[in-house]
Design a protein around this ligand. Structure first.
Ligand code: HEC
Length: 495
């Protein structure tokens, strides 16, 4: 009677599989940086598991998406932790993929013979960003809705195909039920399928080629260019030499990978438990005062678009990503020098510094802008630049001497009503006409009129945009009940 191992081995060659996958010799002296790829794989596995459970509770329609997430958070055991892990896991994927790419870039590991694996890596980066973009919409809260509105608008600035692209992404001209269904299908069917296939190819190549060794193993006596006819033979010899002093894949390399993977999973769990995933009020397509915010890893790009003048926006929105992708895809083909050590590659050093530095600066700029904008306690949310201009006008015109907002200001004898919740009481259209000429509304009013020449129409509109954001405490959760009564239009005498 053969043992189960022997029985299986005779049929599927378990020993052969073990020899091919686990007993392989790897170059010695690999760093902890070499674990980033497998760490990404670990987080991917976490995303698959948590994602499947989330999908069991999720309902991809605008009427039910938000409530299904609320239900998961409030009623399902560990539901909010589960969602938290998936949320933080998404960020971790981006961080790890980028860190892994930086490691490969710094060690010159995209050079011969790993050009194809670098290309697959670039594809994987974009699949991961695609996951982030599509997943962001699924909770169907304010943040989700408005960020996707901006994101799809940016896609719409693409020359020639912009219009078609937006329609394709949104499933129509408006962001709505069709968009949500599309993003859900992309997020749980197409992207996972693509990621799975590309990861398999990526890993198959790593298994065939072995892990790239430390840079010095491939430097000594190397032909100058990887395109030199003698390079492949040199490479093979140098690589085999590095394996001579090497270690087996199992258990040496795998132990490190497991340690790093476990630390990251614990970290995700801790982040999920301490911070959760956050859920804003349900999406309100009519609330044009909401300030959209993309996920943090899209911030550098988002901030850049804010900085360029409007006329150049579409050129930058499409141009920069296109150039970056082209550079990344072409990198292993124009960089044919065999030098791998980062210290001896000044151009690569400058390129990485410029790219990394500008991303950090842009994220910083965006965050400091946010904290400046967040200092509006009366609205409880950051304001757009127009709303901030309106807020400044409100202060400059001394509206606060008569009116109170949230208990601050007012108190002059004119007993003006507080404006704390004016955004729930009146529409923007009403407020605009009232500010322009209150006398038309109440003949006896004590409210001064601010129409031209005191303020221009544009200034009145700016102030209106600010006033409509005033909704009092928990204003986001309350529905406005406008009591707009407009005066009879003045009778025009017929001639
Ligand atoms: C001299 C005191 C005074 C100043 C200054 C003043 N208001 Fe008024 N405001 C009033 C009074 C009194 C009313 C109520 C009169 C009425 O309803 O006809 C009023 C009504 C309003 C209303 C309608 C409120 C409601 O609940 O219907 C708005 C909006 C408003 N003011 C905004 C402003 C803004 C914005 C400014 C500054 C540009 C401003 N007010 C400056 C006295 C003032």
């Amino acid at each position: 009677m053969p043992t189960p191992f022997k029985w299986l081995d005779e049929r599927v060659d378990l020993v052969g599989v073990r020899r091919a996958l686990l007993d392989r010799k790897m170059p010695g002296g690999l760093t902890w940086w070499h674990t980033l790829g497998s760490a990404t794989l670990t987080v991917f596995a976490v995303q698959v598991v948590t994602g499947i459970i989330l999908a069991m509770y999720y309902s991809p329609s605008p009427d039910h998406a938000y409530d299904s997430i609320r239900y998961l958070q409030d009623q399902v055991v560990s539901g909010s932790v589960l969602r938290g892990i998936h949320h933080w896991g998404a960020s971790a994927m981006v961080v790890l993929v980028v860190a892994h790419m930086i490691r490969v870039f710094v060690m010159g590991a995209y050079k011969y013979p790993r050009e194809i694996n670098w290309l697959l890596g670039v594809v994987l980066l974009f699949i991961v960003l695609g996951f982030g973009f599509t997943g962001y919409l699924l909770p169907w809260d304010q943040k989700a809705y408005w960020a996707t509105q901006v994101g799809t608008n940016i896609a719409g600035t693409t020359p020639l195909i912009g219009g078609v692209l937006v329609k394709l992404l949104r499933g129509g001209s408006q962001l709505g039920a069709a968009t949500l269904a599309r993003f859900f299908a992309l997020h749980v069917l197409l992207l996972p399928f693509m990621l799975f296939i590309v990861v398999l190819m990526h890993l198959a190549i790593v298994v065939r080629q072995g892990i790239a060794p430390r840079t010095k193993a491939l430097e000594e006596d190397a032909p100058v260019h990887t395109s030199d006819a003698a390079y492949p033979a040199f490479y093979k010899k140098a690589y085999d030499r590095s394996k001579g002093a090497g270690v087996p894949f199992w258990p040496d390399i795998t132990t490190k990978d497991v340690v790093v993977g476990a630390v990251i999973v614990l970290l995700l769990l801790q982040l999920a438990r301490s911070f959760g995933a956050g859920l804003e009020p349900p999406a309100d397509p009519t609330d044009s005062t909401y300030v959209p915010r993309p996920e943090w890893y899209f911030l550098p790009f988002f901030q850049l678009l804010k900085l360029v003048p409007g006329s150049m926006e579409s050129a930058v929105a499409v141009g920069i990503p296109t150039v970056l992708v082209a550079l990344m895809l072409l990198l292993p083909f124009f960089d044919r020098k065999s030098t791998r050590s980062f210290r001896k590659r000044p151009v690569a050093r400058v390129a990485l510094m410029v790219l990394g530095g500008s991303c950090v600066l842009l994220i910083g700029a965006s965050m400091s802008e946010d904290s400046a904008a967040a200092v509006t306690p009366e609205t409880g949310r950051p304001l757009t630049s127009v709303q901030r201009a309106g807020r400044a006008l409100y202060a400059a015109q001394g509206c606060g001497s008569c009116h109170a907002i949230g208990g601050k200001g007012g108190g002059s004898k004119e007993d003006a009503p507080p404006l704390t919740e004016i955004g729930l009481k009146h529409s923007g259209a009403w407020i605009h006409s009232f500010l322009e000429n209150p006398l038309r509304f109440h003949a006896q009013t004590k409210m001064p009129s601010f129409g031209p020449p005191t303020l221009s129409h544009q200034e009145i509109e700016e102030m209106t945009r600010y006033l409509v954001t005033l909704r009092g405490p928990n204003g986001d959760l309350r529905k406005p009940e406008f009591v707009d009564t407009f005066p009879e239009p003045p009778k025009t005498k017929e001639k």
